[in-house]
Design a protein around this ligand. Structure first.
Ligand SMILES: [Zn+2]
Length: 55
């Protein structure tokens, strides 16, 4: 059975990713570092178990 493929990218279109299979976990972080990096109230972080390609 072939793993599902998930694709996405940033809103500006500057980066795209393709991930084979679901991430191990996803969480929202509200720390000050993540707020500074994203310019938002929180950042969404995911840990892929399998290959994840960025373009
Ligand atoms: Zn954080």
């Amino acid at each position: 059975m072939e793993a599902a493929i998930f694709e996405g990218g940033g809103f500006c279109g500057g980066i795209r990713f393709r991930m084979h299979g679901r991430p191990v976990f996803i969480h929202a972080c509200h720390c000050k570092d993540c707020q500074r990096r994203t310019g938002d109230a929180f950042a969404m972080n995911g840990l892929p178990e399998n290959a994840c390609n960025f373009a």
